[in-house]
Design a protein around this ligand. Structure first.
Ligand code: SIN
Length: 522
């Protein structure tokens, strides 16, 4: 415990929100007028994956669509592991929340009758993705929600602070965060309710579409105070990151394939009979081709052609910057770590297994995405769970403050440690995995934590590697070359950190008063 750090106790009813991506900002907005403090390393939109989302928000918005059909597609894509109650909440609450965003001013694309223009994306049985400016949904939605949040007198912001560790009270309840600014100054912020909306894990891999700061901090911070982690091995690889040697890798949205673009090799042969198959299948086909002399390319010449600059301005600008013209040449693509289905285990309202600790958006695992998230359900979840939680939090009276010590902060990772970690994760925990590689990876992660001192990225990476080693089957985004079949029945994995720092199997988490219905733990 660390006695020398400055401490600040937030007013009893203030909710501390870690992260200023869509989930964190939307929670703050929906909580108003209950006060909240949003703490983040950068202002909204600068370091959040949600601001980079191109496709849009999936929701049953057209007259001929229903939440039940959206649910059926979500369950089918999730490959046996979707928690039906969490997914139902997503699909049923979604349409009203997208309309609420539109009322706030989000400039969704509309047709002449004023109806949403909806994109088709992989594994959706119909066009269902509400878009903005073709491929600019994430940035536009974040801008709208951020402006609305800033207009609320009940929301305070602290930017330039990075959450490093959670505070735990003597009674076991989460009690706030230890954070640090760029100069290394540390501050302990005590709060009665702490909500993590810290994004995913793509930055743990050498090739990712995420901001490189997305390194699983929430998984590591939550696990250190006893939170159960669910299904950490399920990392989704987006099949069409633009392969021009840029870090992070720019995305070529799936909506391009929805518009008819096809995946081909350098000889012009199609990689797949169905370019809109679930993302895990497409990612594997692209991985195999891009590892061979065939190469993998996204060909939008016939389907989009001269309309490219207007229809997909973000992708077009990226291509031009890289010296490519997608109107006349196929775009080189490779799979990239894109989305974490696993994360801190929560119920469908965002409660974790630790009292006073909540998790939202990509850092949480509600179970709604199962083993493979359906396209554009991520922005949707960043709206739905925070909106549900805001209702619950408004009903809660703040508990009395209890004594809490301030933990020692884990190390800030050094650049060379991260380079080694990201290379090892890409090599051994990428699209194709096996026991030998995963064992080597865990040894390497332990070596890095010893050499550089414990750091959050090494711990969250170790959760992914351990989950992947324990899951001796191939399912959804998790493909084991040594266990190519599925084992039945489908099971979630629940893991925790024990007192010796080992990652061990955990019982199915309990989230009083409502609970997900888990299957058996491995
Ligand atoms: C995309 O536009 O392809 C990404 C959308 C998503 O990840 O859901």
């Amino acid at each position: 415990m660390n006695a020398d750090i400055d401490r600040l106790k937030l007013p009893a009813e203030t909710v501390l929100i870690l992260g200023a991506g869509l989930a964190g900002l939307f929670l703050a907005l929906r909580l108003a007028p209950r006060p909240s403090l949003v703490l983040a390393s950068s202002p909204p939109g600068e370091a959040a994956s949600s601001a980079w989302a191109q496709g849009g928000v999936a929701a049953a918005l057209s007259k001929d669509d229903t939440p039940d059909e959206h649910l059926a597609d979500t369950i089918a894509a999730g490959d046996g592991l979707v928690d039906a109650a969490a997914a139902r909440a997503l699909c049923e609450d979604g349409p009203a929340l997208v309309r609420y965003l539109a009322e706030l001013g989000a400039p969704f694309d509309r047709d002449a009758e004023g109806e949403f223009i909806l994109n088709l994306e992989a594994a959706h049985s119909r066009a269902r993705v509400a878009r903005v400016g073709g491929d600019q949904a994430g940035a536009a939605i974040i801008a709208t929600v951020s402006e609305a949040a800033r207009a609320q007198g009940s929301i305070e912001f602290m930017f330039g602070w990075r959450a490093v560790s959670l505070i735990q009270r003597e009674d076991g309840r989460a009690g706030g965060v230890l954070c640090a600014d760029r100069s290394g100054r540390a501050l302990a912020l005590e709060a009665n309710e702490t909500a993590m909306a810290l994004g995913g894990v793509g930055g743990l891999f050498a090739v990712t579409t995420n901001p490189t700061g997305a390194r699983g901090d929430a998984v590591a911070m939550g696990a250190r105070i006893g939170a159960t982690v669910a299904d950490p091995e399920f990392v989704q690889f987006h099949p069409t990151a633009i392969d021009v040697g840029v870090d992070p890798a720019p995305l070529a949205t799936e909506a391009l394939r929805g518009a008819g673009a096809v995946l081909i090799d350098r000889h012009g042969e199609r990689l797949l009979p169905d370019d809109l198959a679930p993302r895990d299948l497409v990612a594997r086909a692209v991985h195999v081709a891009s590892q061979s002399e065939r190469g993998a390319f996204l060909d939008a010449r016939a389907a989009v052609g001269d309309a490219f600059p207007q229809a997909f301005p973000t992708v077009y600008a990226t291509c031009v910057k890289a010296g490519l013209d997608p109107r006349s040449a196929p775009i080189p693509v490779a799979p990239a770590a894109h989305y974490h289905m696993g994360g801190v285990a929560t119920d469908k309202d965002g409660r974790t297994s630790v009292p006073g600790l909540w998790a939202f958006g990509e850092c949480a695992s509600t179970g709604a995405h199962g083993a493979n998230r359906l396209a554009s359900n991520s922005l949707l979840e960043a709206l739905v769970t925070p909106a549900r939680a805001a209702e619950r939090l408004r009903e809660l009276d703040p508990p009395a403050y209890a004594p809490a010590g301030v933990p020692e902060a884990p190390q800030r990772p050094q650049a060379e440690a991260l380079v080694s970690l990201r290379a090892a994760m890409a090599r051994h925990a990428g699209v194709a995995r096996d026991a030998a590689g995963l064992t080597t990876l865990i040894e390497e992660l332990e070596r890095l934590a010893k050499a550089y001192g414990p750091f959050n990225a090494a711990l969250s990476a170790r959760f992914i590697a351990t989950g992947a080693l324990l899951r001796e089957e191939s399912r959804g985004a998790h493909a084991r070359s040594d266990f190519p079949a599925k084992s039945e029945p489908a099971q979630h994995s629940f893991l925790r950190l024990d007192r010796d720092g080992d990652i061990v199997a955990a019982p199915a988490p309990h989230f009083p008063p409502s609970a997900v219905t888990p299957t058996r733990a491995i």
